[in-house]
Design a protein around this ligand. Structure first.
Ligand code: PRP
Length: 207
């Protein structure tokens, strides 16, 4: 299922991201804020565990998110501000990193860095700001699915209807939480209206 955030605060932050005068620092921080809003939605039906805590009144038990069984994963590099923000609030979760490069002749993506922790039985939260063609998400989901996680959730900032349709058709069991579904992809496979290249905007690079 694809879930789009509809509140005014999220949409206002999306407008800040579209604004070309938002510099890299503001861009990353805004991405981080939206990530927390996505997490709030995505973890409404979480795996809760009872945790015994020593409070000022002594030992008490509270229902908390089972952070120890969550892995926040990203594909370098535009997902880094999302990952940083997610593990700031889910301090007990593990982080996982993948890097893939698309071979320009075969159009297949080649994995060249893999530091995902053991995924079996865990909830994987895959973060990537953009779903354009959906190719990157599909590659990451294929790789993660093979590792037998309990569940995969994705958090995305902006996407095209085309890319999201592709992903949700191929992976109906994956819950996709996205802040903004835009109008379309253009012929160059950019999201329209979009916000430019999230990696370049975050890290002051132009390719
Ligand atoms: C961006 C973005 C997604 C991908 C989306 O990454 O972070 O991973 O493009 O496009 P797709 O849906 O058509 O695959 P990019 O390849 O620009 O790398 P970067 O993170 O290093 O900027």
């Amino acid at each position: 299922m694809v879930y789009e955030l509809s509140n005014h605060l999220t949409k206002t932050l999306i407008a800040h991201l579209r604004d070309q005068s938002s510099d890299a620092l503001r861009f990353r921080r805004t991405i981080g804020e939206i990530t927390k809003q996505l997490l709030y939605e995505a973890l409404k039906e979480p795996l809760l565990v009872q945790k015994s805590i020593t409070t000022w009144r002594g030992k008490e038990s509270y229902a908390v998110i089972d952070e120890a069984n969550i892995i926040v994963a990203t594909v370098l590099r535009a997902g880094m501000p999302m990952l940083d923000s997610a593990i700031d609030v889910l301090a007990g979760a593990s982080a996982g990193f993948l890097a893939m490069k698309r071979d320009e002749t075969t159009h297949k993506s080649v994995l060249y860095y893999d530091r995902l922790p053991e995924c079996k039985g865990k909830t994987i939260i895959l973060v990537d700001p953009m779903v354009a063609t959906g190719g990157s998400m599909m590659d990451a989901l294929e790789l993660i699915s093979k590792r037998e996680p309990l569940k995969i959730i994705t958090l995305n900032i902006i996407g095209s209807p085309e890319g999201l349709e592709k992903v949700s058709h191929a992976y109906p069991e994956v819950d996709v939480y996205i802040a903004q579904i835009d109008e379309k992809l253009n012929d160059d496979k950019f999201i329209i209206p979009g916000l430019g290249d999230a990696g370049d905007r975050s890290y002051n690079t132009v390719e």
